[in-house]
Each structure stands twice: as structure tokens, then as C-alpha cells.
Ligand binder design. Structure first.
Ligand code: NAD
Ligand code: LMR
Length: 332
């Protein structure tokens, strides 16, 4: 007997990331090859968006995905989040060239008030919420505060794209292939230009980053900056922000929260801080996460934090606190 379908709400479903994401969910790459899915696709109540969504819906039908058991297309949040098990909050404005992600906060932040409330009122209380729309950590904070009936640990924001970017850079620099030679890469803090991609606790063919790559100048400057600025570099090169790599990272994000983390490794997810590693409780900050494979997760404890790393993490956390101050009226 096949498992019960997972009902997944996706906002911004007619956007760039949505277009790359939906066929992968429908083909079983997010919830596994035996788990049917029902997609609740949510778009803005404007003609262009709803028309584009109809087109995406037609393509999903034409994909003839055996696991896709039903498709709902709506701009109504009560219907869209109704009975959902997962809410993937992608819909929001992307930044343009020359902007930082938190320049979007005034425009995008309010979206997550209404969506948080609708999730609170219409989704299952066990619904898990993953925020992609930027600035994603603070938008997740807004959604979490507006959905007080759901457990705080059900909210996350996506820093997996940063982890994947960091792995690719380390793998290339160390000439360590395939990329699975690089493990234990933690992104600390905010999905922003202050994030700290932790090369010290990373393992490259089993060796700590500083041992595997004998180039401290590159590690401490070039590497960190490349990862922090990768989103901006893609916007400059492509004229629009990352899309299929973001969709792919969201698949990884959900898989890593729902399947047991391989022994000796961890993955980066921005979750509500419990005070671990000196990050103030209640902020949505990126940590190394261990999933138990039964739906639960914990923040991995005991990683050594050098003075160098401490200063970087503190700077990113300070930015999260400043973002929270800017939107405090949206926290209910
Ligand atoms: P896009 O402009 O191509 O698509 C966004 C879609 O969201 C549009 O179809 C729009 O109509 C819809 N939308 C806007 N407001 C909405 C609302 N209130 N409800 C429902 N739908 C709404 O943008 P995109 O490239 O898909 O990017 C989406 C977001 O993801 C942006 O904020 C971008 O910065 C962010 N992003 C985050 C990461 C990450 O790593 N966390 C990576 C890439 C992009
Ligand atoms: C990314 O990291 O690619 C996204 O957050 C988009 C952006 O604005 O950089």
C-alpha cells in the first residue's frame, strides 16, 4: 500500500523557482519515489500571474507524473494552505543588481504576515514551513510569529544553496571530486552577505578545511566572499536571480529535514535558535542540523568555534537582530 499523499503548498508557483521546482516535486524527488503528492499552487490574484499559473498547471498535467494525485491552483490563501503538510514559501520579489537581499524587507516582509496567519488557521498544525523568499531568515521569523499555533521548530529558511555553493568552491579549490568528498559544511547566520561558510569545521576528503587547503588567504577572504556574493554574481551575469540551483537546494533542504542525516555529517538550515552557539533565542539563524529520519531534528552541538569564526558569526547575528528591529511591527 502506498503512503498517504503529502499535500504541499507552494507560493510563487508561476515564478522562476517554481518552474524549476514543481516537476521535481511531482516526480518524487522531494518526498521520495513512493510518496504521492498533492500540489496546492498559490499565486498573486492578478491576471498575468494566474494565467501563467494555468500554463504551469497544464505542463504539470502533461508531465503525466504518477505520483501527482491532485493539483489545486488558487490565489486564495485559505484554500491554498488548507490541510497542507508542507508550505514552501517562495513567492516574493527578487532583488535586482546593486541591491542587498534585506533591501526587500519592507516590500516582502508583509507577505509573510498574511501567509503565516493563513497557515496558522488552515494548514495542519504539524505543517512544516520552509521560506525561500528573501530576506528569507527574517521572512521566516515573520511567518513563525504569525502562526503561533504551530511549533516553532516547524519553521525554517533556506541556506542550503549557500552550503552547496561553499561545497562546490572547496571541492574545486582542493581538486577533491566528486563533490561528496566535501562534508560538514555549515553556513552560520543569515542568508546574506554576512553569512559565515565554515571552512574550519568542513571536511575535505576527511581533512579539516585548513589542512586540506593550504591557502589561508583564499579561505579567509576569497572563499568567504565568493559564497557571500554568489547570488549577486548570478544576478549580474544572468540578469535575474538564481532559479534552478535554488529549486535544487530546496529539494535538498526538505530531504535533509525528513531523512536521517548520514553519520558524521550535518546540513545547514536556518531554524529558530534555542540559544545554541551563543545565537540569541528566537532568531531564525542558520545552524548545522541533524535530522532523525522520523520528522525531528536537532541543532548539532559541540562544533569548535575559533575566534575567527566567532567574529563572523556574531556579525551575521547582529545583522539578523537589526533586520528584526526593522520589521518588529510585523511580529504581532
Ligand atoms: P520570480 O519573480 O520569478 O517569481 C516570484 C513569484 O512569486 C511570481 O510569480 C509572483 O507573482 C509571485 N508572488 C509574489 N508575491 C506573492 C504573494 N504574496 N503570494 C503568492 N505569490 C507571490 O522570483 P523567483 O526567482 O522565483 O524568486 C522568488 C524569491 O526567492 C525571491 O525573493 C528571491 O530573492 C528568493 N530566492 C531565495 C533564495 C535562497 O537561497 N533563499 C535563492 C533564490 C531566490
Ligand atoms: C541567491 O542566493 O541566489 C538568492 O538569495 C537570490 C539573491 O538575491 O541573491
Amino acid at each position: 500500500m502506498s503512503p498517504a499523499p503529502v499535500r504541499v503548498a507552494v507560493t510563487g508557483a508561476a515564478g522562476q523557482i517554481g518552474y524549476a521546482l514543481l516537476p521535481r516535486i511531482a516526480s518524487g524527488q522531494m518526498f521520495g519515489p513512493d510518496t504521492p503528492v498533492i500540489l496546492n499552487l498559490i499565486e498573486l490574484p492578478i491576471e498575468a500571474a494566474m494565467s501563467a499559473l494555468q500554463g504551469v498547471g497544464m505542463e504539470l498535467e502533461d508531465g503525466a507524473y504518477p505520483l501527482l494525485h491532485d493539483l489545486v491552483m488558487t490565489s486564495d490563501l485559505a484554500e491554498g494552505f488548507g490541510d497542507c503538510d508542507w508550505a514552501l514559501l517562495v513567492g516574493s520579489k527578487p532583488r535586482g543588481p546593486g541591491m542587498e537581499r534585506n533591501d526587500l524587507i519592507k516590500e516582502n516582509g508583509p507577505i509573510f504576515v498574511g501567509q503565516g496567519k493563513a497557515i496558522n488557521d488552515h494548514a495542519h498544525k504539524s505543517c512544516r514551513v520552509a521560506v525561500v523568499g528573501n530576506p528569507c531568515n527574517t521572512n521566516a521569523l515573520i511567518a513563525m510569529h504569525n502562526a503561533p499555533d504551530l511549533p516553532r521548530e516547524n519553521f525554517s529558511a533556506m541556506t542550503r544553496l549557500d552550503e552547496n555553493r561553499a561545497k562546490a568552491q572547496l571541492s574545486c579549490k582542493a581538486q577533491a571530486f566528486p563533490i561528496t568528498a566535501v562534508t560538514n559544511v555549515t553556513i552560520w547566520g543569515n542568508h546574506s552577505a554576512t553569512q559565515f561558510p565554515d571552512f574550519e569545521n568542513a571536511r575535505i576528503q576527511g581533512k579539516p578545511g585548513r589542512e586540506a587547503i593550504d591557502d589561508p588567504e583564499w579561505l579567509e577572504n576569497g572563499f568567504i566572499k565568493t559564497v557571500q556574493q554568489r547570488g549577486a554574481a548570478i544576478i549580474k551575469a544572468r540578469g535575474s536571480s538564481s532559479a534552478f540551483s535554488a529549486a535544487s537546494a530546496l529539494i535538498d533542504h526538505v530531504v535533509s529535514l525528513t531523512t536521517k542525516t548520514p553519520d558524521g555529517d550535518s546540513h545547514s538550515v536556518a531554524v529558530c535558535s534555542d540559544g545554541s552557539y551563543g545565537v540569541p533565542e528566537g532568531l531564525i539563524s542558520s545552524f548545522p542540523i541533524l535530522a532523525d529520519g522520523a520528522g525531528g531534528y536537532s541543532i548539532r552541538q559541540g562544533l569548535p568555534i575559533s575566534d575567527f569564526a566567532r567574529a563572523k558569526i556574531d556579525a551575521s547575528v547582529a545583522e539578523l537582530q537589526a533586520e528584526r528591529d526593522v520589521i518588529k511591527e510585523l511580529l504581532g
